[in-house]
Design a binder for this molecule. Sequence first.
Ligand SMILES: CCCCCc1ccc(-c2ccc(S(=O)(=O)CCO)cc2)cc1/C=C\c1ccccn1
Length: 240
Amino acid sequence: SSSHPLWPEIEHVVQQQVEWARLGLGDSGSGWQLFAEDGEMRMYRREEEVDGMVVDPLKAVHIVKGITGHEVCHYFFSPQYRYDWETTLEQMTVLETISEDTCLFLQTHKRIWPASQRDVIFWSHIRHLPNNQDRDGPDIWTVVNHSTEHKDHPANSGKCVRIFLTVCMLCQTRVIPPKDGTPITRDDISCKITYCSVVNPGGWAPASVLRALYKREYPKFLKRFTAYVINQTKDKQIMF
Ligand SMILES: CCCCCc1ccc(-c2ccc(S(=O)(=O)CCO)cc2)cc1/C=C\c1ccccn1
């Protein structure tokens, strides 16, 4: 609810991330490097370091047929599906359900040798930004995940190194209604996904290890997640 202490930060970060996700990749001078391509999926990163740590921003654009932005955000936000598609997850705890569109998560991720195991605490917020003003404007659904602190789980108190992240899953649904006026089916819909993430690995991790991990894990994650949504929704009513 809007009275929660995190609300002002949630409002600010969501607006900022939606703007960031909707920005194109700029010209080649903006430093974005295409590092993975698979069908309609294109993944870009920028090489950035903070205090000698790799914090490469990532931006992926993918167009997926047969699903809507609402469906993508529903399966990305809802805790009950996460173990089905998040392969690097070891443990997920919902620390607080702030409202039906905002949760607080604690996640520990599988250890990636030779780095030590990581955990993260983040708020997650799902939002529909309808295009009610101009009809042909984009109808957007988004989920923003942004790391935060929690009094019961101080950083680096156990075996895990605390990481920090901001993630935005932004979706625009496209519908091409059948010419003969028959009802819209999944063959008439597609979703343009923009996935942005900045992960600060917390403690030191070798740049080469991190960059190899990102190169391997991010394409796998987005392909697996979108395939999961297609499979979960294929025999269900379309969620617009
Ligand atoms: C040396 C280890 C560096 C840090 C490892 C790591 C931990 C967590 C996370 C991470 C990535 C995406 C999310 S989310 O999009 O919010 C979905 C909800 O789970 C949450 C966490 C990333 C990464 C770093 C790389 C990496 C990249 C894609 C997949 C797996 N690992």
